[in-house]
Structures are given as C-alpha cells and as structure tokens.
Design a protein around this ligand. Structure first.
Ligand code: ATR
Length: 281
C-alpha cells in the first residue's frame, strides 16, 4: 500500500543488501496495515554526510544506521539522546520536519531485551560482566550495562590499546585486559558477551575457556550469522544459558519501528521465525 501519505523509513549501511531490517519492518508494517514502507540505502563509504544532509527536513522519517556509519550518524546529528552519546554511536536517525536531525541508539535496549527474553533470571546489576571486543558494538554494550547498574566490567580485546582507551572513556567501573588474562575474570562473570566479529560466517574462534565460568554464567554472542556460533555451541555443550544475536537484532528493531511509524510492532508477528528462515536461505 503506497499512497501520498506513505511514511518512508529505512536502513543505511555498506554493504546493506544482507540486512534483515527491511524484512522485519515491512512484515510489521503489513501486519498492522500501516501506510509505510522500509527500504535500504547504501551510500558510498565517504558519502554518509551528504546522504544524511539530503534527508533533512523530513524527506523520509528516519533510518536505522548500521556498519560502518554508526559513529558518523552521531556526528551529523543536531541532537542526540544520552544513550546515543554514551554509546558514542547512533543506530537510529530521525529527520524532524524542522530540518533538525535527532540521533538515538536502541542497541543497548536490544541487548537487554535479548537477555530478558532468553535468560530471564539474569540481572545487569548482580555482578561483573566480561565483554569481548572494543569496537562500536562493545561500547554500546558497555553503555547499556553501566546504565543498568553493572558494578564491574572487564573488556577483553586483541588490541589491548583499544580496550585501554575504551575503559578510560567509560569510567572507573570498566577495566581492560588482554585475552591471555581472561581466565582470571571468567569465574566471577554473571555474563560473557561477544562483541567482536569473531565467529561471523563461521570464521575464527574466540580463545575463551568457558569451562572456567560458573554454571549460571550467561553466554551471549552478538554475531547472529550463523545463529549458533562456535562460541554459543561451546556454551551449550557446557550447559550454560545462552542469548543469541538475533534476539538483540529484534530488540533494537522494535523501538526503532515505533519511532518511525508511531506504534510498536504487533506481538503476533513471528519476526524471529521470519528472520531465521531468511538467515538459512
Ligand atoms: P563493531 O563496530 O562491530 O564493534 P569494529 O569496530 O570493527 O566493529 O570492532 C571489531 C572488534 O572485533 C574489535 O574488538 C576487534 O579487535 P581489534 O580491536 O583487536 O581489531 C575484534 N576482532 C575482529 N577480528 C578479530 C580476531 N580475529 N580476533 C580477535 N578479535 C577480533
């Protein structure tokens, strides 16, 4: 249904063709009978600013932003929510009718809603958390965990300098460690979160001995392609509760949908099933 009033939103990234967001948002639009559409944009690597400028004034309602433009999205915005500022990145841009651009970040909500859905007994404030990686995804996770009271976070990264810089930026509750010191912090972790790209497309393996964690330690992987990464497989073989990256993707998409189209997605759409089928094809 396309009319003179169709609300247009989308996702901007490069590459973007593999994004599951158009599938999810358009399924939610169709189910609710909303006069809206959700499309994908892939400006060239240096063309993000021009793209965002062109949308000012409400040519379209807004976009989700994905790799590699999340930091640039925060920079081009006139205003940003505190959670986008804390994450140092935006995954949502809204183009206000008055010409201003608002940046938000729902990745943290996505992370926490994924834990709530798949590891409902886990609490962010119950104890230390170990985060693997020091890029944008890790920073977003740190911001959400700190906001929700995690008392101590250990950031483990291959390039220790990047972990040090991130820890420095995020404050006294965050410490940096190299991978070969992970053993010392796994025992106390309430959760271990993979925010690196290791495991994407079944490439690479994380040198993290999950057998050192407690039976109750929740193991989370932001990578959702494949849905069961080698890391989650290791966790499940040990009987650890797990949380997958697809649930996080869904958890960031739902609040973004509401911002674009003015109402939350209907709960009776099997968005997870849709996405799983698309991942398999
Ligand atoms: P994102 O925005 O998704 O976080 P990124 O900023 O490119 O992406 O960060 C990728 C993360 O995955 C980094 O923490 C990176 O470690 P380095 O800082 O040492 O580069 C991590 N990563 C990527 N490939 C890795 C590998 N083979 N082994 C360990 N860590 C890896």
């Amino acid at each position: 249904m396309i009319s003179g009033k169709t609300i247009v939103a989308g996702v901007v990234g490069r590459p973007v063709a593999h994004s599951l967001s158009p599938l999810l948002h358009n399924a939610w639009l169709a189910a609710a009978g909303i006069d809206g559409v959700y499309v994908a944009f892939a400006p060239d690597a240096y063309g993000f600013e021009r793209f965002a400028d062109g949308m000012r004034g409400g040519a379209i309602r807004g976009v989700n932003v994905t790799v590699p433009f999340k930091e640039a999205a925060l920079k081009v915005a006139d205003r940003a929510t505190p959670r986008a500022e804390a994450a140092g990145a935006a995954n949502v841009l809204l183009f206000e009718p008055d010409g201003r651009t608002l940046a938000d970040n729902t990745d943290g909500l996505g992370l926490l809603s994924a834990f709530a859905a798949q590891a409902p007994g886990w609490r962010a404030d119950a104890g230390p958390v170990t985060v693997l990686g020091a890029g944008g995804a890790a920073r977003g996770a740190l911001a959400a965990l700190l906001e929700h009271g995690t008392p101590r976070i250990f950031v483990i990264n291959r390039t220790i300098r990047k972990a040090d810089m991130l820890a420095e930026a995020m404050g006294s509750r965050v410490s940096a460690l190299p991978f070969n010191h992970a053993a010392g912090v796994l025992r106390d972790a309430t959760a271990v979160i993979n925010a690196t790209t290791v495991g994407l497309n079944d490439e690479g393996e994380l040198p993290i001995p999950l057998s050192l964690t407690r039976e109750t330690t929740v193991v989370m992987d932001m990578v959702y392609k494949p849905l069961e990464t080698a890391f989650l497989r290791q966790a499940r073989a040990l009987g650890r509760p797990t949380v997958d990256g697809l649930e996080m993707l869904l958890g960031q998409a739902r609040p973004a949908f509401e911002m674009f189209y003015g109402q939350p997605p209907l709960a009776d759409v099997d968005a997870r099933g849709l996405a799983m089928r698309a991942l398999k094809s």
